[in-house]
Design a protein around this ligand. Structure first.
Ligand SMILES: *Cc1c(COP(=O)(O)O)cnc(C)c1O
Length: 363
C-alpha cells in the first residue's frame, strides 16, 4: 500500500525524542500553560519569522479568534476563496460576519483577485488568503488589493508551514496568520492544535486573551473570551517535530520534482505549477484531469492511495445554500482535482510505482 500520509512512519523516525518529550510533560504535570507552551510558541515564531505566536486549540479557532481580534465592526463581509476547506469560511460566520466567496485561478487553484474585486461592496472588511496545498498566494498582489480597498488580510497558513514568498515565511505578510496542527498537516500534533502569528504585539495579546477567557492574570478577566488553548503535550510534541519540518518539506519537494519530471505532457493531466519566487510546502500534490474518477480507481486497484481536495467547492455545499450559489470555476475544478501521494514517508520505488500507474493509465 502506498499511503497519502504515514504518521506512524513519522513517529518511528523520532520515537525516542517524542517519548521523552511526552514523559517530561507528564512528570511536570503542567498540562495547560507554562514552559512547554512558551518554548514551542517561541520556536514557532522564530521558524515563521514572526514577532509573536499564540498557541490555540485548532486552526479553525485560530481564524475565528484572529477575526475577532481584528475587530472589524458589526457584521461585515469577508472574502474567502471558493476552493478551500470549510474552516476558512466557517470561522467568518462564527465570528459574526458574512462570507463572500470569490473564485480561484485555474492554474494555481489560489484566490483570484480579479474575481474578488467584482465581489467587493461597501461592507467588505477583510480577505482570507488561503495558501492552499502549501503554495503561497501572491502576497504582494493581495496586500496591494487590500490596501486599495481598506481590507485587513488574514493568511490561512493551515497547509503552508515553512512555505516562503520571496524568501519570507508566511503568516506576517498580511495582518495576521493562522496555522493548524491537525495531525495530517505538514506540522501535525497528536491531536488538535493551532496557532496565530503576527508582528503586531497588541494584536497578539488580544488573541491570547480571547483564547484564554479574556484574561492575562489567573482570575482577572477583562472581558469574556473563550477557552481555546494549545495544551502542553501537543506543544512538546510539536517542538520535536518542528526540528524535522525543513527536511520533511525538502523531501516533499523532491517527490514533487520527480512527478513534475515524469508526469509532464501525459494525456490531459495538468500538474501543479510553482511560482518562481516561492518555496512550496507541498502539503498536497494536486493534479487535474477530466478522467479523475477512472484514474483514481486505477490507482486504488494498484494499492496507491489518492485524495480529493476538495470534492465540492464551498459555494456548492448545503451549508452555503443560503448564499444563493453562483457560477464558480472552482465548481468545475472540484470534479477534476486528484491528490497523489506525497511526503517524507515515500521511497523512490513508491514514487516510481505511482508514476508507472499514471503513465499506464493514460497510455
Ligand atoms: C486544516 C485546515 C484548517 C482548519 O484547521 P483545524 O485545525 O482542522 O481546525 C483551516 N484551513 C485550511 C485551509 C485547512 O486545510
Amino acid at each position: 500500500m502506498i499511503k497519502l500520509l504515514d504518521l506512524y512512519w513519522q513517529y518511528q523516525q523520532i520515537q525516542s525524542e517524542i517519548d521523552s518529550a511526552i514523559t517530561k510533560v507528564i512528570e511536570s504535570s503542567r498540562f495547560i500553560g507554562g514552559q512547554f507552551i512558551t518554548e514551542f510558541e517561541n520556536a514557532f515564531a522564530t521558524y515563521q519569522q514572526a514577532g509573536a505566536c499564540v498557541g490555540v486549540a485548532n486552526g479553525t479557532d485560530a481564524i475565528e479568534i484572529a477575526l475577532e481580534a481584528l475587530d472589524l465592526g458589526d457584521t461585515r463581509e469577508v472574502l474567502v476563496p471558493a476552493n478551500s476547506f470549510i474552516a476558512s469560511s466557517e470561522a467568518v460566520t462564527r465570528a459574526g460576519h458574512r462570507v463572500v466567496f470569490c473564485d480561484c485561478r485555474p492554474e494555481s487553484y489560489l484566490l483570484d483577485l480579479e474575481d474578488a474585486r467584482r465581489r467587493l461592496t461597501d461592507r467588505s472588511a477583510a480577505i482570507i488568503a488561503v495558501h492552499l496545498y502549501g503554495h503561497p498566494c501572491d502576497m504582494d498582489a493581495v496586500r496591494r488589493f487590500a490596501g486599495e480597498h481598506g481590507l485587513r488580510v488574514i493568511e490561512d497558513c493551515a497547509q503552508a508551514h515553512g512555505a516562503e514568498f520571496k524568501g519570507k515565511r508566511l503568516g506576517t505578510l498580511g495582518d495576521i496568520g493562522c496555522f493548524s496542527f491537525y495531525p495530517g498537516k505538514n506540522l501535525g500534533a497528536y491531536g488538535d492544535g493551532g496557532a496565530i502569528v503576527t508582528d503586531d504585539a497588541d494584536l497578539a495579546l488580544r488573541c491570547r486573551m480571547i483564547a484564554n477567557h479574556g484574561r492575562i492574570e489567573k482570575y482577572d478577566h477583562l472581558f469574556e473570551g473563550r477557552n481555546s488553548r494549545l495544551d502542553s503535550l501537543q506543544a512538546a510534541i510539536l517542538a520535536v517535530k518542528l526540528r524535522q519540518l525543513d527536511s520533511w518539506i525538502a523531501a516533499r519537494n523532491r517527490c514533487a520534482a520527480y512527478y513534475a519530471e515524469n508526469l509532464v505532457g501525459i494525456g490531459d493531466l495538468r500538474l501543479p505549477c510553482v511560482a518562481k519566487n516561492v518555496r512550496h510546502a507541498f502539503h498536497l500534490y494536486v493534479v487535474q484531469t477530466e478522467h479523475r474518477e477512472a484514474l483514481r480507481a486505477r490507482l486504488t486497484s494498484e494499492g496507491i492511495e489518492s485524495g480529493i481536495h476538495y470534492p465540492i467547492a464551498l459555494p456548492d455545499m448545503k451549508a452555503y445554500e443560503y448564499l444563493g450559489g453562483g457560477s464558480f470555476r472552482a465548481s468545475v475544478m472540484a470534479g477534476q482535482v486528484l491528490s497523489l501521494p506525497i511526503g517524507e514517508h515515500l521511497t523512490e520505488s513508491d514514487l516510481k510505482a505511482v508514476v508507472s500507474a499514471v503513465q499506464e493509465f493514460f497510455a
